[in-house]
Each structure stands twice: as C-alpha cells, then as structure tokens.
Design a protein around this ligand. Structure first.
Ligand code: ADP
Length: 439
C-alpha cells in the first residue's frame, strides 16, 4: 500500500516515514492511545512515490509488549466518490435535497433547498423539519407521520403545500427515504422536495374549467328544457284538438310559442357567439348605425315577449339620431341581454328605464332597473364567463352566466364597453358605450 519494502521501513518512526497528517483532529492520537488504549480515525499519508492517500486507521496499545499496533485501510477512492456525490447534490438547483437525523433535524442542505425554501445553511441546520409545514399540518401531526411511514415502508411520497422561510406557500412533491447503516440501525432520512406549484395551479385551473363546463352544460340543458316542455305541451294540445278548438288554441298559444322559440334561439345564438369568440372566428361589422333606433327595436321586442304581469318599460329616446360604429346585430344582442337581465332580476310591476345620451366620443344606452341589485363583493366577477351571482331568492331565475361575459366581449371588440354604473338594494344600472361615428 505504501510502496516501502520491510528493509526500508524497519526502524523508522511511522508518522515520519508516511508523513502522517491528522485532518481535523485536535487531540494527539498518540496521547489518546496511551491514555485509553486505542485510537481510531482518518489519516492522510504519503506513499514512497510521493502520492497522497487517505486511510482509516486504528491503533491499539499492547502495554505488556510496549508496542502500538496500527492497522490502516485505504479509502481514497471511496472519499473521492462521495465527494463527487456531494458536489453533485450540492449543485442541483431544481430539487431540495437534504438529510435529517433520526430525530428529524436538518443535517445537510443543498443549493436547491436554499432556492426553494429560502433558508441559508446556518438558519436551518439543526432545526426540526416541521418548519417546512403549514401550521395545520403540524397540528395534525403530519411531519411525524411522514417519518414513521418512511421508517415502516422504507420510503414515502407525498404531495402538498409547504411553507418557505418568508411564510409564502409552494406546492411540493416530496420523497422521504429512511437511511440505515450496515447493521440495520436507523441513521436518519433523506428528503427530496420539488416545487410543483405551477403544475398544481394548472391542474387546478383545468379542474375548475372542467367543473364550470359541466355546470354550464347542465344550465343550458335546463334552460332549453323548459321552453321545450311548453312547446311540446301546446303541440300535443293541437294534435288532440278538434278543428274549431284549434283556431281558438292558435290565438291563445301563438304568442307563448313565439316567445319560447325566441328564448331558445337567443340561447343558441349566444352559445354560437361564445364558441366563435373563443375560437377566434368572430367577425364584426363596423357600420354606421343609429343606436337609438336599435334600442327602440330591442325595447319593442322585449315588450312584445313579456308575459303579464309585466314590467313597465320606459324608453326615453334620444332627440335625433345617435350614430355609432358597430355591428347592428351584435348591438341588438347586447341590449336584449341587458334588458332581459333588468327584467329577470327585478320584481314585475316595477319600472325598467332605457335612456340614451352622448359624450364627446361615445354614445351611451343606460338600462336602469329597480331590482335586487348586485352585492359589492360580486361586482368585480360579474363579467366573468359563466359567472352567476348566488343569492337567496333568485336561484329560480333562469340563466347561464353567459350574457354579461358575451356582451362585454362583443362591446369591447367593437371599440365600446359595458359598465355597471351603479347597483344596490334599490336596483342596478348597466350601460352600453359605443364609439360615435364621424358626423
Ligand atoms: P345570467 O344568465 O345568469 O343572467 P349574466 O351573465 O347575464 O348571466 O349575468 C350574470 C349575473 O349577474 C346574473 O346571474 C345575475 O345574478 C347578475 N345580474 C345581471 N344583471 C343584473 C341586474 N340587472 N340586476 C341584478 N343582478 C344582475
């Protein structure tokens, strides 16, 4: 191992011959052997050819013979290997890789751990690893449970929220492995943690989307079912009626049949528009149109379709034309939506007012109702897709949450907007704003 022959070595003081160094050892190994009878430790020595080797040494005192027996085993390669491994672990940035002692205290810390969890070595070494868990998990005994499971099955995987040094949370994918020495004694745990917050948020987003989609399909099916029931009812009455009775039935049922058909086509039109919007295939005209005439028409339609007892719809026309740039069919659709909401969310017998005015650049149609109003907390989400306000007393009101979302998108794409001007327990006021056409 050292390269010396017996002749070359005999008679030399071994520490001089081998240039023995004691890395990190304060007490003299010689004194320890003399006092306690033995010494064990790591040594750095030099071969005859000058190369340095690392050995694990053991010295035992034979008092009677006045000798010290020294046994060494070379560990240079093992050390180089584990040093390389340390460097590898240390340089990993995307994973927190660290060790815990048997009590769960942090005993090593790598670059990834510093980056993901925010602690420097001196801030975390020696601290219990429950520092990484949210309070509720600590109270529920989760950190201890994780170690126990790792001990029992050798290895445990977990996903969940963890806490950084600054108190912010991240979603972690964690693997804990129990570590044992050759005799089977537990020496600690290795933990590898990955920050998968982005992935988790995306998962959550898809889940929410899936949920809102099926809730939406449910609502649409429900919305289509009620007018269909009315249509089918009338159809079977027609089928069974005598020819005189049919005439009478015709007169009574036509307005309802028309109203229900229009209700269904409006719903289908809205769905088609939303699909176009989201596919990016929506084409909008930019015609010069009279906002006042379109509003008048929308009011006329709503009035004709309302079943008694109805609202009183007050239309205050603009003196003269109010020419804006936009797609007349879409403006009509938006105003019908706003009017239908004003009616749906206010008690019958109350007034719905439609007023027009203009500013320097915009034409405005305001639709005011005396209805239930919208709680302040819901007002910011009002224009989100498929958003409906949950409030006691209006659960029975039909709707899909498409109307305001679609209306605002359409208005904005025509260079205008829809705004909630005010809302409270006494009612609400929505306005459509459209860019004025050149004179
Ligand atoms: P819906 O199909 O549910 O009517 P909208 O997108 O048109 O969908 O409206 C979204 C939500 O905004 C409705 O569920 C309703 O609670 C609320 N809302 C809209 N307009 C009014 C209004 N004039 N008064 C009170 N609440 C309204």
């Amino acid at each position: 191992m050292y390269g010396y022959s017996r002749e070359e070595a005999l008679g030399h003081i071994s520490n001089q011959l081998l240039q023995t160094q004691y890395p990190g050892i304060k007490n003299s190994a010689f004194a320890t052997v003399m006092e306690t009878g033995s010494w064990e430790g790591r040594l750095v020595q030099t071969r005859k050819d000058g190369s340095v080797i690392v050995v694990d040494g053991k010295r035992v005192l034979d008092r009677d013979a006045g000798r010290i027996l020294e046994v060494t085993r070379e560990v240079t390669d093992e050390i180089a290997h584990s040093e390389r491994f340390k460097v590898l672990v240390e340089s990993v940035k995307d994973y927190a890789i660290f060790l815990l002692d048997t009590k769960g205290r942090v005993s090593s810390w790598n670059e990834g751990a510093r980056r993901i969890k925010g602690y420097e070595d001196h801030e975390i070494l020696g601290r219990h690893f429950s520092a990484f868990y949210p309070q509720e998990d600590i109270e529920a005994g989760k950190p201890e449970r994780e170690l126990r499971m790792a001990r029992e099955s050798g290895h445990v995987e977990d996903e969940g929220w963890r806490v950084r040094k600054d108190g912010t949370r991240f979603f972690a994918l964690v693997v804990v492995t129990a570590l044992y020495d050759l005799s089977g004694k537990l020496t600690g745990y290795a933990k590898v943690t990955r920050d998968i917050t982005a992935r988790q948020l995306e998962r959550q987003r898809l889940l929410d989307l899936e949920r809102s989609k099926s809730a939406f399909l449910n609502l649409v099916a429900h919305e289509l079912r009620s007018p269909l029931t009315v249509l089918r009812g009338y159809l079977s009455m027609f089928r069974d009626a005598s020819s005189e009775r049919r005439r009478d039935l015709e007169e009574r049922s036509l307005p309802a049949l028309e109203a229900k058909t229009i209700e269904m086509s409006r719903l289908v039109d809205q769905m088609v528009e939303v699909a176009r919007l989201e596919e990016g295939s929506l084409r909008l005209r930019a015609d010069r149109v009279d906002l006042c005439a379109i509003a008048d028409e929308a009011v006329g339609l709503v009035r004709a379709l309302e079943e008694p007892p109805a609202h009183s719809i007050v239309f205050e026309p603009f003196p003269g034309e109010l020419n804006v740039l936009g797609d007349p069919e879409r403006i009509q659709m938006i105003l019908s939506n706003l009017l239908s909401n004003a009616i749906k969310y206010s008690p019958s017998g109350t007034e719905v007012t439609v007023m027009l005015d203009q500013t320097a650049e915009l034409g405005r149609v305001a639709i005011n109702d005396q209805g239930v109003g919208i709680p302040l907390s819901e007002q910011i989400r009002l224009f989100s897709r498929f958003m409906r306000v949950d409030r006691p007393g209006s659960d029975h009101v039909p709707g899909t949450g498409m109307g305001l979302y679609l209306s605002r998108e359409l208005a904005r794409r025509m260079g205008g907007d829809i705004v909630l001007q005010w809302s409270g327990p006494g009612g609400s006021s929505f306005a459509l704003l459209m860019p004025l056409a050149e004179k």
